[in-house]
Ligand binder design. Structure first.
Ligand code: ACO
Length: 462
């Protein structure tokens, strides 16, 4: 017998709803026939309880701190895989065979350079333009070069376009940074792997090659890998939303970049460093800063702590903490903010406010520190997050694209605005007359003005 749930409506009517269970035992009540059969919809602001889709890409158990890509534990992938292999796993569902890996790497290399005339677009942005605005605009512009027909015909074309997007996002990100500091844009190198090539384009100069340390490369590879997908987060849901209207891959990814920009999502790692910079500048102690957070009168949160899904620990944060320690020890950087971060973390983890609410460091806490140690400027943090998230966006776009019965995403709402009210013309509005709270404009006032075309808003200027 298939499992069902019963919902009793206010009029006493009962409706039986099917229960759908996912492969990891996650149970959901399928309400897809609810409105058609009863006229009711569900209300769930912020989607705290709503599964917007079935997806076979990423599994998270926030209570247990589990994150798996296509069934593989992220801890195993972090230990054994490169970011590019992980991207292939996410997009195509299986770890690549050696020849698939070589083929995809070749595609990344072949598609790494930006067309010469495209490079000129960077000059159109003002100096100090935020690199996230450059990134989203340039991804959208890039589709006119990479996907002029806007249609992906077959699997081979999809693979080429996926490689082009993944590879060129990296080139655009580095070029956006170089433009913002007034340095020449570096060409990608054909002999470097994904992460080294990015660091080369970020930090090499025409007369001086930058050679990253093994620890730096490993830390950035891990950063990208751990950001590669994260279920139905704000930006991935946005990508799926845009894709569901059959927008192309580049348009959908550009929308993902915009969604990621916000401070409560991809912008949090930047907010972590801004918080640490503030603490360094003011000399406020971690204890006093935490007191301000707990006091709530200033509305500040401890940035880099807490997560909507992970309620005990964020497995990505644990992995990044290890990489962070290795990197800082190898680089021997003298940055007071990094010391403050460690003191703040220890103080928060020992504080009842954070313990009781299960607020632990999230991925952004350590990633902000790692990126700072690598010399990545704060404005570029979210851009690097976007680079890491591209495989997940592609995989989710593909899931929508491959589904022949995919419907356009179109949530309902519960309207709470004014009920139908009478039209009030400009003259009446100027007199302060309104029926918005049930006030009825007297007929003797309304009639002559409504008939007077010279003052009706339809004919009046302005
Ligand atoms: N600092 C202080 N208090 C916090 C914090 C924080 N960082 N996060 C949550 N709380 C408190 C809330 O005030 C609330 O307290 P209350 O129950 O006494 O009212 C309680 O913990 C629950 O918080 P919610 O807002 O309900 O948690 P929610 O799941 O909605 O928010 C979020 C999650 C947005 C991540 C939140 O923890 C936060 O703002 N963190 C700081 C920003 C951040 O680091 N974002 C990165 C998220 S990870 C990512 O996007 C990759």
């Amino acid at each position: 017998m298939p499992e069902t749930a019963t919902l009793t409506l206010p009029n006493g009517r009962e409706i039986t709803l099917p229960v759908f269970t996912g492969s990891e035992g996650e149970r959901s009540v399928d309400i897809s026939r609810l409105r058609a059969e009863t006229g009711y919809i569900t209300l769930d602001d912020g989607y705290m309880n709503t599964g917007s889709c079935k997806s076979a890409i990423t599994f998270i158990d926030g209570e247990k701190g589990i994150l798996r890509y296509r069934g593989y534990r992220v801890e195993d992938l972090a230990k054994h895989c490169s970011f590019v292999e992980t991207a292939q796993l996410l997009i195509w569902g299986e770890l690549p065979l050696p020849e698939q890996r070589t083929h995809f790497s070749d595609l990344l290399t072949e598609n790494s350079a930006l067309p010469e005339d495209f490079r000129r677009h960077f000059a159109g942005f003002p100096v100090h333009a935020h690199p996230m605005s450059i990134l989203s605009a340039m991804i959208n512009a890039l589709q006119t070069y990479d996907l002029p027909g806007l249609i992906i015909d077959d699997e081979e074309e999809f693979e080429r376009v996926s490689a082009a997007l993944l590879s060129k996002v990296r080139t655009i990100a580095a070029a956006a940074y170089k433009s913002s500091i007034g340095e020449p844009i570096m060409y990608p190198r054909y002999d470097l792997r994904y992460v080294e090539n990015f660091l080369h384009m970020m930090f090499s100069k025409p007369h001086r090659e930058y050679v990253p340390s093994a620890e730096a490369t490993a830390a950035l590879n891990l950063f990208f890998l751990l950001h590669a997908d994260h279920e139905q987060n704000c930006s991935t849901s946005t990508v799926r939303m845009v894709a569901s209207g059959q927008a192309n891959l580049y348009a959908s990814a550009a929308a993902g970049v915009c969604a990621l920009w916000g401070r409560l999502h991809g912008g949090a790692n930047q907010a972590v460093m801004e918080m640490l910079t503030y603490m360094k500048a003011t000399g406020i102690s971690p204890k006093d800063y935490l007191a301000k957070v707990k006091d709530r009168s200033e509305g500040i949160r401890l940035m880099g702590f807490g997560h909507r899904v992970y309620r005990n620990f964020d497995p990505r944060a644990q992995l990044l903490k290890g990489a962070c320690d290795t990197l800082l020890n190898s680089l021997k950087i003298n940055d007071r903010r990094l010391d403050i971060a460690r003191e703040l973390e220890a103080a928060a983890l020992a504080d009842d406010y954070f313990v009781e609410r299960k607020l632990y460091p999230n991925v952004d806490f350590y990633s902000g520190i790692i990126l700072t140690a690598l010399g990545i400027p704060v404005e570029m943090f979210t851009v690097l997050f976007a680079m890491g998230r591209v495989p997940g966006w592609i995989a989710n776009w593909k899931e929508i694209y491959d589904n022949p019965s995919q419907k356009i995403y179109r949530p309902r709402q519960v309207y709470t605005g004014p009920i139908e009210r009478e039209w009030i013309n400009r003259f009446q509005r100027e007199k302060g007359m309104t029926d918005s709270r049930g006030f009825k404009v007297p007929d003797e006032l309304r009639a002559p003005v409504a008939d007077d075309k010279s003052v009706s808003p339809e004919t009046a200027k302005g």
